[in-house]
Ligand binder design. Structure first.
Ligand code: MLT
Ligand code: MN
Ligand code: ZN
Length: 298
């Protein structure tokens, strides 16, 4: 199995266009921090094509990195389908950028995501007027083989709330994590860019993985409030903060089997600064901080 981090930042990217927080300014100079594109992953089994996991607003340049060496025809897509962990704009806006596809785009996600993308942010209906989209519902906790690939994916609920554009709809949504297994080469990868509930079930999935790619959005729960940017806390936004006794870092530090890396890192998070104490604390806990282009072979 091969995994490539296409984008390691959270929504807004790094630096974010309107932000002058310390990490964003550092990313602009490129001295103490390296820029990152928005949250997305590519994965493939030992047999079969790449799949895109989350379609970010930066998908155009991210997919360029997957361009086949020997394309099968003039128009040859670099991925065989798109899997979605949630319906947030930073994970779905890239679907519109796939409209030049010569064939309908295959999109996988749970029933709640489909609902959001039909009712709240009707991307699936819009794509019908371009390339078309074929929706595949992933039932939670049920391993699903991906056609044309040795990969099997299993979605599981990780808490969180519906995207802001669904406010007032009365519809409740939870984000998913994915476990990928490769029937050809073995290996277990768990990917959770939005983690709101770190319960025994989620921890057991992490402990049984070879690689976990985990929500590293915020260092502190009140990170945005402390900068005067927003009153919303990390938990209001569906993310458990890294630091503190109930934080993700303490839980990850306990895991022995998997290699561990943080993804979906918000531009305000001090772990993005190469010389920060927070970054050192993450590395000391045996956890890596992903950057764009980071690859894992299992
Ligand atoms: C999130 O990860 O919480 C969302 O992407 C936030 C957003 O972009 O509004
Ligand atoms: Mn996000
Ligand atoms: Zn910023």
């Amino acid at each position: 199995m091969q995994v490539r981090i296409l984008g390691s930042a959270a929504g807004g990217g790094f630096p974010q266009w309107n932000c002058h927080c310390e990490p964003c300014e550092a990313a602009r100079t490129g001295v103490r921090a390296r820029p990152r594109t928005q949250s997305s992953l590519a994965i493939r089994g030992d047999e079969g094509a790449w799949f895109l996991v989350n379609a970010s607003p930066d998908a155009r340049q991210q997919l360029e990195a997957l361009a086949p060496q020997q394309p099968d025809g003039v128009r040859a897509p670099p991925v065989a389908g798109v899997l979605l962990t949630d319906a947030e704009i930073d994970h779905t806006a890239g679907l519109l950028l796939l409209r030049e596809s010569a064939t309908p785009v295959r999109v996988f996600g749970d029933a709640g995501i489909e609902r959001a993308l039909r009712d709240g942010y009707p991307i699936l209906a819009m794509l019908e007027h371009y390339c078309g989209a074929i929706w595949h519902t992933l039932e939670p906790d049920r391993p699903t083989p991906l056609e044309g690939s040795s990969l099997v994916v299993e979605a599981f609920a990780v808490g969180g709330d519906a995207p802001l554009y669904m406010n007032g709809s009365g519809i409740e949504l939870e984000a998913s994590g994915f476990v990928f297994r490769d029937r050809a080469g073995g290996g277990v990868v768990t990917y959770v860019p939005g983690l709101a509930r770190l319960d025994e079930g989620v921890l057991a999935r992490f402990a049984a993985s070879d690689l976990v790619l985990v929500d590293g959005t915020f260092w502190r729960d009140d990170e945005l409030a402390a900068l005067g940017i927003s009153a919303r806390t990390a938990s209001d936004m569906g993310h458990i903060a890294l630091s503190g006794p109930g934080g993700t870092l303490a839980a990850l530090a306990q895991l022995e089997r998997p290699r561990k890396a943080l993804i979906h890192i918000n531009n305000t998070n001090p772990i993005l600064l190469e010389d920060s104490a927070e970054r050192q604390a993450v590395l000391r806990a045996g956890v890596e901080i992903a950057h764009d282009g980071l690859e894992f072979s299992l």
